[in-house]
Design a protein around this ligand. Structure first.
Ligand SMILES: Cc1cc2nc3c(=O)[nH]c(=O)nc-3n(C[C@H](O)[C@H](O)[C@H](O)COP(=O)(O)O)c2cc1C
Length: 251
């Protein structure tokens, strides 16, 4: 149990460049994929497919896609940002602004940013993919809905279980893991579909870049501040609003 808890605590988003010369071994990929197959899914629908991309030409094509960044995303992202470590420690949710490019932190540049997302020039995707030797694109079958699950909510929860299972196994193997939501945006998904050839009934749930962080970026990962709410801020005992007592008796 202690080992499992330690693994859960050390799992993190590796938003750093990976060693482009060190693809994840097929043996480790099998471990990650087999673990995914044992994730719980609503009604055991197993509503997912995983496309493993390690072909350099395909990775290049994905990296050349325009991100299709929307003004809505940029604005909502801005509202969640903390501009100092103190602010993030106080809020305990959201992300540090320094994780994002400077233009994402300055509202006066937002409209230019959206134009750039669709124009020529260095692609946002290639920045995100940053030398990734292996990418997983996880799709879900829109026809495999759990019975009477409105809006396929149970299917989406199931995909979250698949994601966490793969993430923990990767962490246990020392493999860096970063989710890339941009792949599932309406502007990008059709392009990814063309490159990887998956059928229309499959939609992208999420994509992940996997690899080994370059030696020089490992301290960057250790320095990056990760925050969580205290138990007393989200756990309720019997009735909503009744604080869950901590072990020491404080709520
Ligand atoms: C469904 C989902 C989508 C996410 N999308 C992204 C993403 O597009 N880019 C990214 O860098 N991190 C993404 N993340 C990672 C979260 O931002 C991250 O888990 C959170 O900030 C907590 O940090 P930690 O993973 O280091 O604990 C995503 C996570 C989940 C579960």
């Amino acid at each position: 149990m202690n080992d499992l808890y330690a693994l859960i605590r050390s799992r993190h988003s590796a938003r750093v460049p990976f060693d482009p010369e060190a693809p994840v071994s097929r043996e480790d990929l099998v471990k990650i994929l087999e673990a995914a197959s044992w994730a719980p899914t609503a009604h055991n629908m197993q509503n997912f497919e995983v496309i493993v991309v390690d072909d350099p030409a395909l990775l290049r094509s994905l990296g050349e896609l325009k991100s299709g960044l929307s003004l809505d995303f940029i604005r909502e992202n801005f509202q969640q940002l903390s501009f100092s470590e103190e602010e993030l420690k106080r809020k305990k949710t959201g992300i540090l602004a320094s994780m994002f490019p400077p233009s994402w932190r300055d509202p006066s540049l937002f409209s230019k940013l959206e134009e750039a997302a669709f124009s020529e020039g260095p692609s946002f995707m290639s920045q995100t993919i940053r030398h990734s030797p292996t990418i997983l694109v996880v799709t879900y079958d829109t026809r495999k809905r759990a019975p009477a699950s409105e809006g396929d909510i149970l299917g989406f929860i199931s995909l979250g279980c698949v994601l966490q299972t793969m993430w923990l196994v990767s962490e246990s193997l020392g493999i860096g893991f970063q989710v890339m939501s941009a792949f599932s945006s309406p502007a990008v998904e059709p392009e990814v579909r063309k490159i990887l050839g998956f059928p229309n009934h499959e939609k992208i749930a999420f994509a992940v870049r996997l690899g080994y962080p370059l030696k020089e970026s490992r301290p960057e990962i250790q320095r990056y501040l990760r925050v969580r709410r205290d138990l007393s801020e989200f756990a309720h005992l019997n009735r909503y609003g009744e604080g869950f007592p901590s072990v020491s008796g404080k709520s």
